[in-house]
Design a protein around this ligand. Structure first.
Ligand code: CA
Length: 314
């Protein structure tokens, strides 16, 4: 097997609990509440922003997601839809964009749109070639932002070339840092400087034990015990940097949507513009024992409570 034929996988995650839709009534996730997102939604809910989710696909009929899905692509078999035969991709998609209605849960940017790009199979594995093609397809088909809760502990050079293509076009690739705990390096492709690498915090605002550490870590977001959509009208609590990454993407979608308003003071033209804006809205993790903060928490926790400030002062 050559490097070009190598594989990468969704990041292993913990299933905490699976819940049926019959439990009705929309739950508001701890991250939504902790960061007072309904306040940001008074300015924007992510309308007009298209996010490509490169993952195991998405449940195209989920009642809490279907209204926010755009046509996607199945890179593994282009004759098929981007349906989700795992559950990971549907969970990630819900965290970004589940509809604000009276069922299930609500996404961080509940009026943003998802472009599901299936690059991982039912076991959560995907070829580097399909991931690379998926990134280019997403850029060429109008994605504003790409999110990838996948990776491997070794360099993925062919995937990096596609990420650099996206980077040059100003399309940021947010990538989950990995769930291997205290490491010297976050996983790839999160470790590449062209991506924005996201680690996980729990509801006590501490770094999740599983969250990878390393010098290329950028930010932290909620990834512990996150409630979101899974296929066939179900919901589940999952934990992982896979859940933290789409939360950060939802915040980025709010920023982009806001920047497009005619009176906006926010200007976003490049991947570094996203990084710089998000850097200005971070808070440190509640743990003074970390020697070398950048290694453990990147620039800190993305805090969307700063949103109104960003919207009015940039
Ligand atoms: Ca909902």
């Amino acid at each position: 097997m050559t490097k070009q034929d190598g594989k990468c996988s969704l990041l292993p995650y913990d299933v905490e609990e699976v819940v049926s839709l019959q439990s009705a009534e929309q739950k508001i996730g701890w991250g939504i509440t902790a960061f007072d997102l309904p306040k940001a939604w008074e300015t924007t809910q992510g309308e007009g922003v298209k996010i490509a989710v490169l993952d195991s696909g998405c449940d195209l009929d989920h009642p809490d997601l279907a209204a926010n899905l755009l046509p996607g692509m199945n890179m593994i078999n282009p004759k098929l839809t981007a349906h989700d035969d795992n559950q990971h991709g549907t969970h990630v998609s819900g965290i970004i964009s589940a509809v604000n209605n009276d069922i299930g849960m609500v996404g961080v940017a509940p009026k943003s749109k998802i472009i599901p790009v299936k690059v991982l199979d039912k076991n959560g594995n995907g070829s580097l070639s399909n991931v690379s093609k998926g990134i280019r397809w997403a850029v060429d088909n109008g994605a504003d932002i790409i999110t990838m809760s996948l990776g491997a502990p070794r360099p993925l050079q062919s995937v990096r070339k596609s990420i650099q293509y996206a980077y040059k076009k100003g399309v940021p690739c947010f990538v989950a840092a990995g769930n291997a705990g205290k490491t010297k390096e976050v996983f790839y492709p999160a470790a590449y400087p062209e991506t924005i690498a996201i680690g996980s915090i729990d509801s006590n605002f501490k770094r999740s034990d599983f969250s990878n550490t390393g010098k290329n870590l950028d930010f932290m977001s909620p990834g512990g015990k996150i409630f979101s959509t899974v296929p066939d009208n179900w919901y589940a609590f999952l934990s992982g940097t896979s859940m933290a990454c789409p939360f950060a993407v939802g915040v980025a979608a709010l920023l982009l949507s806001c920047s497009r308003k005619s009176n906006s003071k926010i200007e976003i033209k490049s991947v570094n513009d996203y990084r710089e804006l998000l850097k200005q809205g971070t808070i440190p993790i509640k743990n003074k024992n970390y020697a070398g903060k950048k290694f453990f928490e990147g620039f800190g926790i993305i805090d969307p409570r700063k949103f109104t400030e960003w919207a009015n002062t940039h």
